[in-house]
Write a protein that binds this ligand. Structure first.
Ligand code: BMA
Length: 871
C-alpha cells in the first residue's frame, strides 16, 4: 500500500553557518514548503524572494546555493504490525544531504538522479518527524570537486563532481540558480510477505509475433518467506491499437532468499507495430505484472504501456565514410529532431500538462525525435509516455555533458546505480530508441585542452566505452547504445568527423556564417543551431530595462552565451540590416535565427540518405532568455518554429547549388511516390517572368532526388533584381542570387484585411511589392494571440491569409501595425543601405575554419568558463 506523506512541510535555513547575504526574514523562519518542489519555488511562494527569472534577480539570489536548508514534516502512522514492512521512498532528492526520521539518520544522499528507499519498519510511531537536511549545494559541489580532484568543465561551477542536473549551475542558455529540495514525490509504502522490486520488460517483435521478457525482482518481508510466489505477466491491446487484441499469462517461480528474481517470457501473436510519427500508428499494449502468493492472492501489481517495434543504429562503412542512421522496424527513419533541455530550471514545476504542450510543439512542427540532452535530467515518465503516445522517438543521453568526469568513488557507484535505475525505469517505453553515453565529452577530451590538466587521471572514458554499454547490454539489449554525441564509429577518426557517425556543427553560430552549413555533408547532425531572442511578450514580461536595448543590462543578463550579443550582430551582418531600434532589432534577429536553421535543414535534407537526419539545438527553454530555442519559456513559438515546420514538411522542394549549377532537391518523406511537372521561372522583382521552363521529377517513397535546373532559366541577367521560383503553391521553392542587403526591397501592401472569426481573426495580406518572409508577430497584438503560419513570401499581387487564434478582443488595426505585420522587405526598406543608414556589412565569413582540426570557437576554455557576458 502506498501512502502519500502530508503536504505540510516546513523549510528552514541550516543547520550550519549561513552566508551573510541570507535576508533576515529568511533566517531561521519556518517557511511553508511544497513537496515535490525546491527552495527557490518555496521562497518565491512565500513572498521572500522576487521571481528569479525576472530582470537581474538571478544574480541577487546567488546566496540560496550557498545556504544549507532543512525540510521537515510531521505525520501520524500506525506502527508496523508483525510481519509488515514499511519503506520510505524518495523518488528524487536534490542533492547532497541526509534524511532523518525521529532523530535517527536513515542515510546520506548525493544523487538527484536516483530514487532512495529506506526501511523504516520499527521506526514509526503515532507522531513522527521526518527531516531532510540539505547542505549548501554549491559548497558541497566545490568540496566534492576538491576531494575527487578538479577536472575540466565548461561554465563556472564544477558540476561534474556531483550527480545533480548540470544546467542547474548555469548553462549558455540557463540561469545560475542552484537549487536544493525534495524534487520528486515521497511516499510511505507498507507491505507484507513480498512486493515487486524493479520490473524490467524487454520487448521485441519478429514478424507479427511480439515477445515480452520480464525480469521481475521480488523483495520478501522476511528471509524465510514462502517459496511459492508467482509472477504473472499479461499483455492486452490498449488504446490506439488498430488491430485486435492479445492476451496471455505466464508464471515464474520467485524462489531463493529474500531478494529473488523471476523471469517470465510471453509471446504475443498478431501484434500491430509501433511506428514513429509520419510512418504509421502508435498502437500500445497494457503490460501487467502481478505477484501472487501460493493461494493466488495478489500481493503486488505493476502496470505499464508498451509497444512492439525493433530499433537499431546503422553505422556502416561506405564510400563517404561511416553512416549513422536510426532504423525502426527495419526502416531507415529520416530523423527530424530537436534537442530537449529541462523545461524549467526548477524541474519539479514541469507537470504532465507542461510536457504535453512542449511535446505538442514538437509534433506540430513535424518532429519525429527528441534528444534528451545529457546536461539535464532523466525526465519523468509523463514525458516518455507522451512521446510513446505521439510517436516521437527519444534519444536519451546518460547524464554527462561538456566535462571530464571522475571514475573513482564515491562518484562511480552513484553513476552506475543511477544508470541501472534509469535503464530499468525507461525500458518499457517504445519511443525510447537510443541510449547515448554523453554530450560532447569525447569531443572535449580530444579538442578542449583537457589532456594536460587531466594527466593520467580518469575522465569518463570507462563509463562511455565499458560500463554504460555493459549496463545497456545486460538490462536493455533490445536497444542500441552509442558512446557519445558527437561520435565516430571508426575509432581512428575524430569524434566530430562529418563523414563518420554523428556530428555537432557549432563553428556556424560561434565563428562562421550560416552559409557554411553547405560545407558539410554530415552523416547525422545531432546538434546544430542558431540564437534568437524570445517572443516580444515573453521578453518584455521578464525584462524591464529602460530603455530596452540589445545590450541593456537585463538583456545581457538573459543572454548566457559567450559573446552572444556580438555573435548575433556578426552573424546577421552579411544578410540583413541590424537596426538600432530595439523592436526592429528583435525582429531582425528572430528572422536571422529562423533563416539560418532553415538553410541548414534544407541543405541536410537535400543530402538524404547520405545525411540521415538532423536534430536542431534546441526545442525548448527553461527561463526567458535569448537562446537557440524554437519555442520560448512562455510557450510562444518563435519564427524559427515555423521555419523548422516548413523545412521538415513531409514533402519539400528546395533549390540547392551542386557542382557549379543549381538543382531542385525533391525531398519526399512519405510512403507514396511524388511525381510532378512543375514550372521553374526566373522573375524580375516586380513579378515579370524573364524565363520559364517545366521540369519533371519522380521521387520514390522516402527518397530525395536532385533535378538539375536548366541553365537558361537559372542564369540571371541582373542578380540584384531577379529570383527563381520552382513549383507552385505552398510547396514552391525560392532562390535569390544575392543577399537581401543587395536587393532593392520595399514594403508595400495592396491590402491588409482583418476579419473577426469565431475564435480569433483572419488577416489577409496582399502584396504590392515582393514581400519576403512575412510574419504576423501576433503576440504583439495581444499576448495570447497565436498565428497559424509565418515566414510566407508573396510575389507582387499575391495574397495570404493568416489565421490568428485569440479569445480576446483586439482592435483590428493592431494586426496592420508595422510592429506586428513584419517582413524582411520592411527591414531592408527601413534599415538597408538604400535607406541611407548603416547596416549590412561585408559578407566575409569569420576565419573560415571547418571546426574539425582546431578547437571550435565556443570551445576554448576561456569562452566556456565565462558567464557569457562580454567583457
Ligand atoms: C552544445 C550543447 C549545449 C549548448 C549548445 C549551445 O554544446 O550540447 O552544451 O548549450 O551546444 O552552445
Amino acid at each position: 500500500m502506498l501512502i502519500a506523506l502530508p503536504d505540510d512541510w516546513t523549510l528552514t535555513t541550516g543547520p550550519g553557518t549561513l552566508p551573510d547575504a541570507v535576508p533576515e526574514a529568511v533566517r531561521g523562519a519556518g517557511i511553508p514548503a511544497t513537496v515535490p518542489g525546491c527552495v527557490h519555488t518555496d521562497l518565491l511562494a512565500a513572498g521572500l524572494i522576487p521571481d528569479p527569472y525576472l530582470d537581474r534577480n538571478e544574480s541577487a539570489l546567488a546566496w540560496i546555493g550557498r545556504t544549507p536548508w532543512t525540510y521537515r514534516t510531521r505525520f501520524a502512522a500506525e506502527p508496523a504490525a508483525a510481519g509488515e514492512r514499511i519503506e520510505l521512498v524518495f523518488d528524487g532528492l536534490d542533492t547532497v544531504g541526509r534524511v532523518l526520521l525521529n532523530g535517527t539518520v536513515l542515510g546520506t544522499v548525493a544523487n538527484m538522479h536516483r530514487r532512495h528507499r529506506f526501511d523504516v519498519t520499527g521506526l514509526l510511531g503515532p507522531d513522527n518527524e521526518l527531516t531532510v537536511e540539505f547542505a549548501a549545494q554549491l559548497d558541497a559541489t566545490e568540496e566534492a570537486s576538491a576531494r575527487l580532484g578538479p577536472r575540466p568543465h565548461t561554465n563556472t561551477h564544477p558540476y561534474n563532481a556531483v550527480r545533480k542536473m548540470a544546467c542547474n549551475y548555469e548553462w549558455d542558455w540557463g540561469p545560475d540558480l542552484v537549487t536544493a529540495g525534495i524534487w520528486r514525490p515521497v511516499t510511505l509504502r507498507r507491505w507484507r510477505t513480498a512486493r515487486l522490486d524493479d520490473v524490467l520488460p524487454q520487448v521485441t517483435v519478429d514478424g507479427a509475433t511480439g515477445t515480452v521478457r520480464v525480469r521481475a525482482g521480488v523483495a520478501t518481508a522476511e528471509a524465510d518467506a514462502p517459496a511459492d510466489l508467482v509472477v504473472r505477466v499479461a499483455v492486452a491491446a490498449a488504446h490506439g491499437s488498430p488491430g485486435g487484441s492479445a492476451e496471455a499469462a505466464a508464471g515464474g517461480d520467485a524462489t531463493g532468499g529474500s531478494d529473488r528474481t523471476a523471469v517470465v517470457q510471453l509471446e504475443v501473436p498478431e501484434v500491430a507495430r509501433w511506428w514513429p510519427l509520419g510512418h504509421g500508428d502508435q498502437p500500445r499494449y497494457d503490460l501487467t505484472v502481478t505477484l501472487l502468493d501460493a493461494e493466488g492472492a495478489e500481493l503486488d501489481r505493476w502496470e505499464r504501456r508498451i509497444g512492439f517495434r525493433t530499433v537499431a543504429l546503422r553505422t556502416e562503412p561506405d564510400e563517404r565514410g561511416t553512416s549513422f542512421g536510426i532504423v525502426v522496424n527495419d526502416r531507415l527513419i529520416q530523423v527530424k529532431g530537436a534537442n530537449w533541455i529541462p523545461d524549467d530550471c526548477f524541474p519539479s514545476r514541469v507537470d504532465r500538462a507542461a510536457y504535453a504542450r512542449s511535446i505538442g510543439d514538437a509534433v506540430d512542427a513535424g518532429l519525429n525525435l527528441l534528444r534528451v540532452w545529457g546536461g539535464g535530467i532523466y525526465e519523468s515518465d509523463d514525458f516518455y509516455d507522451l512521446c510513446d503516445e505521439r510517436g516521437v522517438l527519444v534519444w536519451q543521453d546518460f547524464l554527462f555533458a561538456c566535462a571530464a568526469y571522475a571514475e573513482e568513488e564515491p562518484l562511480r557507484s552513484e553513476v552506475l546505480a543511477e544508470a541501472r535505475e534509469a535503464v530499468t525505469r525507461l525500458a518499457p517505453h517504445p519511443s525510447l530508441a537510443v541510449w547515448n553515453g554523453n554530450n560532447e565529452n569525447l569531443w572535449g577530451h580530444e579538442d578542449w585542452d583537457w589532456k594536460e590538466p587531466l594527466g593520467d587521471r580518469t575522465w569518463g572514458a570507462g563509463y562511455y566505452h565499458e560500463e554504460l554499454p555493459r549496463i545497456v547490454a545486460e538490462l536493455d539489449p533490445t536497444r542500441p547504445y552509442c558512446p557519445g554525441s558527437p561520435w565516430s564509429p571508426d575509432p581512428a577518426r575524430h569524434p566530430n568527423d562529418p563523414a563518420h557517425g554523428s556530428m555537432h556543427i557549432w563553428d556556424v553560430w560561434n565563428r562562421i556564417d550560416y552559409t557554411h552549413y553547405r560545407d558539410y555533408v554530415p552523416r547525422f547532425v545531432s546538434e546544430f543551431g542558431y540564437q534568437g531572442p524570445p517572443a516580444w511578450s515573453t521578453l518584455t514580461r521578464a525584462i524591464h530595462d529602460e530603455p530596452l536595448a540589445h545590450d541593456s543590462p537585463g538583456m545581457l543578463a538573459h543572454q548566457k552565451a559567450a559573446d552572444g550579443d556580438e555573435k548575433l550582430s556578426r552573424g546577421i551582418a552579411p544578410h540583413l540590416p541590424l537596426p538600432e531600434d530595439f523592436a526592429d532589432w528583435h525582429w531582425a534577429t528572430q528572422l536571422q535565427q529562423a533563416r539560418a536553421v532553415a538553410f541548414g535543414l534544407e541543405h541536410f535534407r537535400s543530402w538524404y540518405p547520405a545525411c540521415s537526419g538532423a536534430v536542431v539545438w534546441q526545442l525548448n527553454d527553461c527561463w526567458p532568455v535569448t537562446s537557440w530555442a524554437m519555442v520560448d519559456s512562455d510557450g510562444r513559438r518563435k519564427p524559427l518554429w515555423y521555419a523548422v515546420r516548413h523545412a521538415f514538411a513531409p514533402r519539400l522542394l528546395t533549390i540547392q547549388p551542386r557542382d557549379g549549377g543549381l538543382v531542385l532537391a525533391v525531398c519526399n518523406d512519405t510512403d507514396e511516390a511524388w511525381t510532378a511537372e512543375v514550372p521553374v521561372r526566373r522573375l524580375d522583382l516586380d513579378g515579370t517572368a524573364l524565363a520559364e521552363e517545366t521540369v519533371r521529377f519522380e521521387a520514390g517513397p522516402r527518397a530525395t532526388v536532385l533535378v538539375p535546373l536548366p541553365d537558361a532559366v537559372v542564369r540571371p541577367d541582373d542578380p540584384r533584381r531577379e529570383l527563381l521560383v520552382a513549383g507552385e503553391g505552398v510547396e514552391r521553392a525560392l532562390w535569390y542570387f544575392v543577399e537581401d542587403l543587395e536587393l532593392p526591397l520595399r514594403e508595400s501592401w495592396e491590402a491588409v484585411d482583418v476579419h473577426r472569426v469565431p475564435d480569433g481573426y483572419q488577416v489577409r495580406v496582399t502584396a504590392a511589392a515582393l514581400a519576403k518572409d512575412v510574419c504576423l508577430l501576433a503576440d504583439q497584438a495581444h499576448p495570447e494571440a497565436v498565428v497559424d503560419d509565418a515566414l510566407v513570401t508573396l510575389l507582387p499581387g499575391e495574397s495570404h491569409t493568416f489565421t490568428v487564434r485569440c479569445a480576446a478582443e483586439v482592435p483590428t488595426d493592431e494586426f496592420r501595425s508595422p510592429r506586428v505585420l513584419r517582413s524582411a522587405s520592411q527591414l531592408v526598406e527601413r534599415h538597408g543601405p538604400a535607406s541611407g543608414r548603416p547596416g549590412g556589412g561585408d559578407p566575409a565569413d569569420g576565419d573560415g575554419g571547418d571546426g574539425r582540426s582546431g578547437p571550435p570557437g565556443q570551445r576554448t576554455p576561456t569562452d566556456r568558463v565565462s558567464t557569457g557576458r562580454p567583457a
